[in-house]
Design a protein around this ligand. Structure first.
Ligand code: F6R
Length: 598
C-alpha cells in the first residue's frame, strides 16, 4: 500500500501535494518524493524516511503541476533510490506507483537489453522505462500501452516535462480524481484533496485518465471515452482516511481479501520456484513470536506437521531469549508483523548465536528483523494502523501455510499434485474471507450475546485451538472483557468449574475435521452447565446449530484452512462488542502497536 497524489492547477503544486501526502501517510511512511514541472523541466526530490524528512529538503517550487508519493515498501527496501517518483532515462517523464508488478524481472531483463538504465531494486522502475518506450507525444496512450505489458496490480500516475497533463491508470488499487475550478487533483483517496474539493470521480479497474487544470477525461480499456457523473463526498477528512469506516480496525478487517491476494501474488512464484528456504535439509523447526503472531505460529505448527510432517516446537520470544537452548532446532522461524518487537529481535539474535538458520515472516520491508535473520518472507498486508492485529494476522497464517507447503514438497511429503492442490485451495482464501465479510451484519447481531458478559470462554480443538486463543486475545484487548481461550479437551481439567449462565462460550466446530464429534461433545458439556453457547461452524451445519444458542456460519473449507474464515468472523465479533461498549477500538488502553521495549 502506498499513497499517490497529483495536482494540476493554478496553485503551487508542491504545497498542495505535500499537504495531500501528509493525509495519505497512513498508507505508507517509509519514504516519500515529489516530481514537479518547474519552468517546463521535471525536477525530482525523494528521500527515505517519514514525510518530515522530505519536507526538510523540498525547496520552494513554483510549478503548478506535479506528482507525489508516500511509500510502503513491498519490492526493494526503503531507501532514497527506491523511493518514488522515478524518472525516465532522458529525464522527461516521471512515474509513481502503488501495487505489485508480477512480471517485472522478465521486463527488466528485456528493458536492460534495450539499453534502459535501472537505478533501483523496485518493480516500479520497469514502468517508467516501458512508458518511455511507448511515448510518442500522447502520454495517456503511452500509459495505456504500458499497462498492456504488465501483470499484477497497480495504481499508476505519470507526468511529462513541459506540460500540465497528469495521466493515471488503475487495477485493484484505488485512484480518485478531485474536480476543482481551473484545477484538478488525483489521489489514492479523497483525504488528500478534501480541503479543496468534495466533487470526485472514482477511476475503475482497467480505466485510464488524463487530467489538466481545465479538464478530466476517463477512458475504458478499449480507449473509448467514459461518461461518469461525479460523486459528492460528505465525510470529514478523518472519516475519509478510514474509507468511510468508523474505525481503522473495521477498515483493516475489510482489507483482508486484498491483503491475502497481495501476499499470494508476492510469494507464490518464490514458493513454487524454491526461492524461499533454498535449503530444506533440516529435520525440525521452531517457531518463535509474541502475542497474535504467536497464535499464527501455533497454526503454523499444525500446518507444518500436516503438510511437511516436520516436528515443530513453539516458543514465546520472551521465553526463548532466556531459555537454556539445549539441542536446538536447526531452522527457527520468527514471526513479527512490525519487525521491531524487542523480544522477537532478541530471540532472532539468540537463535543465530546458537547456530540455527533463521527465517523471519514480517510485514515491514526493511524493518530491523530483516537485518537480523538469514532469510525473509514478506506478508503484503500494507500498513496496519489499528493496534489490534487483523489483516496482518491473516497474512501471517497464509505465510505459514505457504512455507509448510513449500517444505512438504521439498521434503517429498507432498507430491507435485498435492502441492498444487494445496496451493489452489489456498488461492480461494481471499474469496473465503470475502464471503465472511458479506455476512458482517449477522455476525454483528450474534455478537450481542457477549455485550454484558464479564467473562467469556473461547474453545476449539486441533488447528482451531490457536484460532480461539486469538479470538479471546482480540476480545480482551479491544472490549476489556476477560476472555480465555482453551483447547476444548482441557475444560474438564479445571475451567468447567467457572462456567454458569453468565459466562458465554464461543465454540468452533468445523465439519469434516477429525475432532468435530469431540467438539460437539464438549459443547454439550458446556450447555449442560447453562452457559450460553455461540457456535462457529460450517455453513448448513444443523447438527451443531441444534446445540448452540446462536450461530455464526463460515464457508465450507478444508478443515486445515478453516482458521482463515474463523479468524475473520471472530475479529468482526470482537469489533462490534467493543463498539457497543464504547471502547477505544483503534487505540486500546495500555497497548502500543509495536512493542520495542522489553
Ligand atoms: C494483538 C497484537 C499483538 C502483537 C504482538 C507482536 O492484536 O497485535 O499481540 O501480535 O505485540 O507484534 P509483532 O507481530 O509486531 O511482533
Amino acid at each position: 500500500m502506498c499513497g499517490i497524489n497529483g495536482y494540476s492547477g493554478h496553485r503551487r503544486a508542491a504545497e498542495v501535494i505535500m499537504e495531500g501526502l501528509k493525509r495519505l501517510e497512513y498508507r505508507g511512511y517509509d519514504s516519500a518524493g515529489v516530481a514537479m514541472v518547474e519552468d517546463g523541466r521535471l525536477v525530482l526530490v525523494k528521500r527515505q524516511g517519514e514525510l518530515e524528512v522530505l519536507k526538510g529538503v523540498v525547496p520552494r517550487f513554483e510549478g503548478r503541476t506535479g506528482l507525489g508519493h508516500t511509500r510502503w515498501a513491498t519490492c526493494g527496501r526503503p531507501s532514497d533510490r527506491n523511493a518514488h517518483p522515478f524518472l525516465s532515462c532522458d529525464g522527461k517523464l516521471a512515474i509513481v506507483h502503488n501495487g505489485i508488478i508480477e512480471n517485472y524481472t522478465v521486463l527488466k531483463t528485456r528493458l536492460e537489453t534495450e539499453g534502459h538504465h535501472f537505478t533501483s531494486e523496485t518493480d516500479t522502475e520497469v514502468l517508467i522505462h516501458l512508458l518511455e518506450g511507448h511515448y510518442h507525444g500522447d502520454l495517456r496512450q503511452a500509459l495505456a500501452d504500458t499497462v498492456e505489458d504488465i501483470q499484477g496490480t497497480y495504481a499508476i500516475a505519470a507526468v511529462c516535462e513541459g506540460g500540465t497533463e497528469i495521466v493515471a491508470a488503475r487495477k485493484e488499487n484505488p485512484l480518485v480524481v478531485g474536480l476543482g475550478v481551473n484545477e484538478n487533483f488525483l489521489a489514492s483517496d479523497v483525504t488528500a484533496f478534501l480541503s479543496y474539493t468534495n466533487k470526485v470521480l472514482y477511476i475503475m479497474d482497467g480505466e485510464t485518465v488524463s487530467l489538466t487544470p481545465t479538464g478530466v477525461k476517463v477512458y475504458d480499456s478499449q480507449g473509448e471515452l467514459v461518461k461518469r457523473e461525479p460523486s459528492l463526498i460528505t465525510w470529514s477528512a478523518e472519516d475519509a482516511q478510514k474509507g468511510g469506516f468508523e474505525h481503522f480496525m473495521l477498515k483493516e478487517i475489510f482489507e483482508g481479501p486484498n491483503a491475502i491476494h497481495n501476499t499470494m501474488l508476492g510469494a507464490l512464484d518464490m514458493i513454487e520456484n524454491g526461492e524461499i528456504l533454498s535449503r530444506t535439509d533440516f529435520q525440525t523447526v521452531k517457531v518463535v513470536a509474541c502475542g497474535s503472531s504467536f497464535h499464527a505460529a501455533m497454526v503454523g505448527k499444525y500446518a507444518l506437521e500436516e503438510f511437511a510432517g516436520v516436528p515443530t516446537t513453539l516458543e514465546l520470544a520472551s521465553e526463548y531469549r532466556y531459555s537454556p537452548g539445549a539441542r536446538e532446532a536447526p531452522l527457527v522461524i520468527l514471526i513479527t508483523q512490525s519487525g521491531e518487537t524487542a523480544d522477537t529481535l532478541a530471540a532472532a539474535r539468540e537463535a543465530r548465536r546458537r547456530g540455527c538458520r533463521t527465517l523471519a515472516v514480517t510485514n515491514v520491508v526493511g524493518s530491523t528483523i530483516t537485518r537480523e535473520v538469514d532469510e525473509v518472507m514478506y506478508t503484503r498486508a500494507g500498513p496496519e494502523i489499528g493496534v489490534a492485529a487483523t489483516k496482518t494476522f491473516l497474512t501471517q497464517l497464509l505465510a505459514m501455510y505457504l512455507l509448510s507447503i513449500r517444505i512438504g514438497y521439498a521434503k517429498g511429503t507432498l507430491s507435485h499434485d498435492s502441492m498444487r492442490g494445496a496451493l489452489s485451495s489456498l488461492r480461494q482464501s481471499s474469496n473465503m474471507v470475502q464471503s465472511v465479510l458479506n455476512h458482517v451484519h449477522e455476525i454483528e447481531e450474534a455478537s450481542r450475546m457477549i455485550d454484558s458478559a464479564q467473562h467469556c470462554f473461547f474453545i476449539g480443538r486441533n488447528i482451531n485451538y490457536p484460532t480461539m486463543l486469538e479470538g479471546a486475545l482480540k476480545l480482551k484487548e479491544i472490549s476489556y472483557i476477560h476472555a480465555e481461550g482453551f483447547a476444548a479437551g482441557e475444560l474438564k481439567h479445571g475451567p468447567l468449574a467457572l462456567l454458569d449462565s453468565s459466562t458465554p462460550v464461543i465454540a468452533v466446530a468445523i465439519k469434516g475435521d477429525h475432532t468435530y464429534e469431540k467438539m460437539l461433545a464438549n459443547i454439550s458439556e458446556v450447555a449442560a452447565r447453562d452457559s450460553p453457547v455461540l457456535g462457529v461452524g460450517s455453513e448448513g451445519d444443523t447438527e451443531l446449530a441444534r446445540l448452540c444458542e446462536r450461530m455464526i456460519f463460515v464457508p465450507q473449507v478444508k478443515p486445515v484452512f478453516s482458521p482463515i474464515p474463523v479468524t475473520v468472523a471472530l475479529q468482526i465479533l470482537s469489533y462490534y462488542v467493543a463498539k457497543r461498549r464504547g471502547c477505544s477500538i483503534d487505540k486500546p488502553k495500555n497497548l502500543a502497536k509495536s512493542v520495542t521495549v522489553e
